[in-house]
Design a binder for this molecule. Structure first.
Ligand SMILES: Cc1ncc(COP(=O)(O)O)c(C=O)c1O
Length: 381
């Protein structure tokens, strides 16, 4: 008999039944009064939970589109952008911005490490940057950036819009928008929200909206804040068709988040991450990211000598668990496993036990060791 498929890649993450049910509902007109209310409620909750008096946008699209939305509404041709890159997704901002004629400077860390705040501050003093991007968790390395501390430092640079890519973090890592001095936080539905792919979500501060106003008409049409703002203020209005079922799915995800409590959710992610990593390490793997900056949402796991990546991931898939391969120079050298969103003990025990069986089939007998470490980690209060 074939195993079921447990999707443990770092997004999309497993979608629980109650969220799936929302996606499976009969679709209604976007002007349906009940949907209009539901959409409005989603926006109110997103602002409240993420702690901002600014704006929030929920638009059909992916994380990359949210990145484009941020850049397009904040910068114009000839502006200066500082990109803090901790890996593949930090680098994605480079092409995105240079295609628009924006001048970019990049501060890069080695993969698994992060750029020290002092270096960021020194760079910001060199010239007038209209904006800076920081990827909260770079999914290629599972390194987490100290976005709160960076936000505190950014108070010294009031003319630089602080953009945070939360695609692999939001709803799993703390992000309080106003408190952290974030001007734009962008994310997508398929990771720690535990919704299927399809929605881009973006919070924008008052300062970000003021910057948008200085740009006048921008070349981009679909991602223009000015086009979407009337809908976000009155969800009965139309600009481009809202993804009705996806918005219901997000509403259900937010309901789950409120029931759990956002702070409890963040703590759960930290506890799960520690337990997963303890299990992974006891089985003989090591973790790419430095100890001080490991994400709660996913881990990048280096193979011990002698383990073939493709063989490992193929057997693991037969055992029921899908993980992702390494990116860039780490392709073939590591795998990436998500532990975010609405995964539970069964998912985690299932994933670790499948890794044990995979290793066993590859001649390495660590049966029981990973699961024991995981369970001990999960039972710690
Ligand atoms: C940190 C980060 N930013 C941006 C993206 C791009 O998002 P999407 O694939 O939804 O376009 C990803 C995707 O994994 C990501 O992990």
């Amino acid at each position: 008999m074939k195993n079921r498929k447990l999707v443990m890649i770092p997004g999309p993450t497993p979608v629980v039944r109650s969220i799936q049910d929302q996606m499976g509902r009969d679709t209604v007109a976007f002007g349906d009064p009940k949907f209009v209310e539901d959409f409005k409620g989603v926006l109110v909750d997103l602002k409240k939970l993420w702690g901002t008096t600014g704006e929030v946008f929920v638009v059909a699209g992916t994380g990359t589109m949210a990145m484009e939305m941020a850049i397009s509404n904040i910068l114009k041709r000839g502006d200066n952008l500082l990109i803090i890159s901790h890996g593949y997704f930090g680098d994605r901002f480079i092409e995105l911005a240079t295609r628009k004629g924006i001048n970019v400077d990049v501060l890069r860390s080695e993969w698994g490490k992060i750029v020290p705040i002092e270096e960021i501050e020194a760079k910001l003093r060199e010239k007038n940057y209209q904006a800076m991007t920081v990827t909260h968790v770079d999914t290629s390395t599972a390194a987490v950036a100290p976005i709160k501390e960076i936000g505190d430092m950014m108070k010294n640079f009031p003319d630089t819009i602080y953009i945070v890519d939360g695609v692999a973090a939001t709803a799993g890592e703390r992000e309080y928008v106003d408190e952290y001095n974030i001007d734009i936080l962008l994310t997508a539905s398929q990771k720690a929200f535990g919704v299927a792919p399809g929605l881009a979500i973006l919070w924008a501060s008052e300062r970000a909206m003021e910057r948008r106003a200085t740009l006048g008409t921008i070349p981009e049409y679909y991602v223009d804040f000015d086009k979407w703002l009337p809908i976000m203020h009155d969800t009965s209005k139309y600009y481009a068709t809202p993804a009705v079922n996806m918005i219901w799915a997000l509403q259900e995800s937010i309901k789950i988040i409120k029931e759990e409590g956002l702070e409890n959710r963040y703590e759960r992610h930290i506890r799960n991450a520690k337990a997963m990593r303890a299990a992974i390490e006891v089985m003989g793997f090591s973790i790419l990211a430095d100890k001080g900056n490991r994400a709660a949402t996913l881990s990048c796991v280096l193979y011990p000598d002698g383990i073939d990546d493709v063989k490992f991931r193929t057997i693991l898939a037969e055992e029921g668990v899908q993980v992702a391969g390494g990116l860039g120079a780490y392709a073939g050298k590591m795998f990436r496993i998500g532990h975010m969103g609405n995964i539970d003990y069964l998912d985690m025990v299932g994933a670790i036990s499948a890794i044990e069986r995979t290793l066993f089939r590859m001649g390495i007998d660590v049966l029981g060791k990973g699961v024991e470490a995981l369970q001990r980690g999960l039972l710690v209060k």
